[in-house]
Design a protein around this ligand. Structure first.
Ligand code: DC
Length: 217
């Protein structure tokens, strides 16, 4: 069975998807981490970020695994490295390139084949798994999302201003919404869940109830 969780950054997708997969005993697929991994390997191997054919080839050539909450690429733990600003920036042109998205669609479908999976990203319900048993679009107000990010940054000791986070977030959202291929949008049959004021556990409980209901019918 496949459950997709899409939505903008800061809506609580990662913590929800991770907790949901743990609760169900299913696999967790973080597709943002997959795009980040391709960007990291491209920089490592000197593949230019505007070489979309080269990037697509790379996306299919590398092996990405999710092991105990870590992201492992060709046997190397890249969990921390893929979250740096340098990689966040390099990931944008990678995720925007249509040939890379086509390659990732194939890779993601292959990884999920025959498995019970909670997959998280921007286009999982709308493009990659249109027949998923449950499609969720997780969202929250821009202010709430920026506030969460601000708290995360503060916890890491980074004193970034809230206004700065909000501005960067609007720019990223716009890019995600307007990219030619794989634009972030809810699938027509997605359940929209607003997470303002909710903690991950509330959201997970709600999703588990939906999944149980769907497996009964
Ligand atoms: O969710 P994240 O911040 O780790 O995602 C990293 C980048 O990849 C971000 O620019 C959005 C993009 N992305 C995408 O285009 N499609 C996905 N399914 C997942 C992420």
């Amino acid at each position: 069975m496949i459950v997709t969780l899409d939505g903008p950054a800061g809506a609580g997708k990662s913590s929800t998807a991770r907790a949901l997969a743990a609760r169900l005993g299913w696999c967790y697929m973080d597709t943002g981490a997959m795009y980040r991994a391709v960007a990291l390997m491209a920089l490592d191997r000197g593949i230019p970020l505007d070489d979309s054919a080269g990037l697509a080839e790379l996306a299919e050539a590398i092996t990405i695994e999710f092991r105990d909450g870590r992201v492992v690429v060709d046997g190397r733990d890249v969990s921390t490295e893929i979250r740096t600003d340098r990689i966040t920036q390099a990931t944008r042109p990678v995720a925007d390139a249509p040939p890379v998205r086509e390659a990732m669609k194939r890779v993601q479908r292959r990884m999920a084949e025959g498995m019970d999976v909670v997959t998280e990203g921007r286009d999982q319900g709308s493009v990659v798994f249109p027949a998923a048993a449950l499609k969720v679009f997780l969202t929250a107000s821009p202010e709430e999302r920026a506030r969460r990010r601000h708290q995360e940054e503060a916890a890491r000791g980074n004193g970034v201003a809230l206004a700065e986070i909000l501005a960067a977030q609007s720019q990223r959202d716009e890019g995600d919404r307007t990219r030619a291929v794989g634009a972030m949008k809810p699938a027509d049959d997605a359940v929209i869940v607003e997470t303002d004021g909710l903690v991950a556990e509330d959201v997970v409980n709600r999703l588990v109830a939906m999944i149980e209901e769907r497996s009964r019918s």
